[in-house]
Design a protein around this ligand. Structure first.
Ligand SMILES: Cc1ncc(COP(=O)(O)O)c(C=O)c1O
Length: 398
């Protein structure tokens, strides 16, 4: 009888959890999982202290917009808290279709599908369309959700150097095959703030019959006409096959989307496990996203303010001699090159009341250990001045 009393070996997985080095370090230095006690726009309270949030992805600053809040509240009253089901079964509602139609129209696509998380949308943009025997060409620096999609697809993966069309061309030439092929890139790289060299990359993809997937989580709301994103910024709307992304950044909600041709979206609805076996986005989150999308098109001041703040912020950091990894967007990394320097810098900013997030290898390439910061349209001039003082202080602490 296999009573636990007689078990000789310890459970391997419990031992792994207890002895994990990353977890031990995290608990010792406490850099992550800080739970704010309150928030009002870009001001948060942590351990009883007011701090400026400099790491959220609320680019347009719509998370406290009165119309967005009202839409969420109205949806709760009208539809309840959750659909408690997946879209193909009991979870589809009229508001899902409305949001999908509006997103599709905004991106100039025939159709769109929304999920409860951007992670699901982006993962399934790869995993639902590529399969064993296919070849996927992936930029080395793509987000984890895309790597997970690649793994799940079981396709062969060929990596090319980050944002290097010449390398993509060579990799395709070296691996020529008659199998269906897919290109996976981001529009704006979340960690680096780089804009994809999309025109050249898509030219190469099209010339080689490669289906293209662009994760534009950080370009949506930031680039293109009224924030239509990186694909629109380059005028490639009729050439990129799939645009996916998140509703949790510029749209100040949670959830994700995939926009494409009708054939592609209907195929997704029949074949994507993430779509078929996961509950639909909740009424309040869908309503917040829908209203934020309307605001993007009717209140240009948020977009203008975002870019004015970004320019000011970047100039200030450059004035301090900091390495911004060539960021061109409101996602601005401060590259410090080692985890020790990152920790010192992060601590100094915390001391001065500025909240940021550390990102160290292997989450970033070795030697690129960084502090990830992101500017919002909601940052005030006064906050930008305080941030400048904190940055100058942190530089001296290195
Ligand atoms: C590039 C990229 N894609 C997808 C996601 C996933 O989005 P979500 O947080 O909405 O699940 C993120 C979020 O960090 C991201 O940065």
């Amino acid at each position: 009888m296999a009573l636990s009393f007689f078990a000789k070996e310890k459970k391997g997985i419990l031992t792994r959890c207890r002895d994990d080095y990353a977890t031990k370090m995290r608990l010792r230095y406490n850099p992550y999982y800080h739970a704010m006690e309150s928030q009002q726009g870009t001001t948060v309270k942590l351990d009883g202290r007011e701090m400026i949030m400099l790491s959220s992805n609320d680019y347009l600053g719509l998370s406290f917009h009165p119309k967005v809040i009202e839409a969420g509240r109205d949806a709760l009253l009208k539809w309840g808290t959750s659909t408690t089901g997946a879209r193909p079964s009991n979870g589809s509602r009229a508001f899902h279709l409305r949001l999908e139609e509006k997103l599709a129209a905004f991106f100039g696509r025939e159709a769109c599908h929304v999920h409860a998380a951007g992670y699901l949308s982006c993962l399934s943009s790869v995993a639902s369309f590529a399969q064993k025997g296919d070849v996927i060409y992936a930029d080395k620096n793509i987000h984890s959700c895309l790597w997970d999609g690649i793994r799940l697809s079981m396709a062969t993966v060929e990596r090319f150097s980050h944002n290097r069309p010449d390398d993509l061309r060579s990799v395709i030439a070296a691996t020529s095959s008659a199998a269906p092929k897919m290109l996976v890139i981001e529009g704006v790289y979340s960690m680096e703030g780089h804009i994809a060299r999309m025109r050249e990359l898509i030219d190469i993809a099209d010339a080689n019959s490669v289906f293209s997937v662009v994760d534009d989580a950080h370009g949506f709301g930031v680039l293109g006409r009224q924030g239509r994103g990186t694909v629109d910024h380059f005028g490639l709307n009729d050439r990129v096959d799939v645009i996916c992304g998140s509703l949790s950044k510029s749209l100040a909600s949670t959830g994700g989307f995939i926009a494409a041709s009708r054939d592609v979206i209907e195929y997704l609805r029949s074949n994507s496990r993430q779509t078929i076996f996961s509950a639909a986005i909740s009424p309040a989150q869908a309503a917040c996203a829908e209203t934020a999308l309307e605001i993007m098109q009717t209140e240009p001041q948020h977009h203008e303010r975002l870019w004015a703040n970004t320019k000011k912020y970047r100039a200030m950091l450059k004035g301090l001699g900091l390495d911004l990894w060539g960021s061109e967007t409101p996602a601005v990394p401060i590259v410090l090159g080692s985890k020790e320097r990152v920790y010192l810098f992060w601590r100094a900013l915390m001391e001065k009341g500025v909240f940021t997030v550390m990102s160290i290898a292997p989450a970033v390439p070795a030697g690129k250990d960084l502090i990830r910061t992101a500017i919002s349209a909601m940052h005030t001039d006064e906050q930008l001045e305080k941030i400048a003082e904190a940055m100058a202080y942190a530089v001296k602490r290195l």
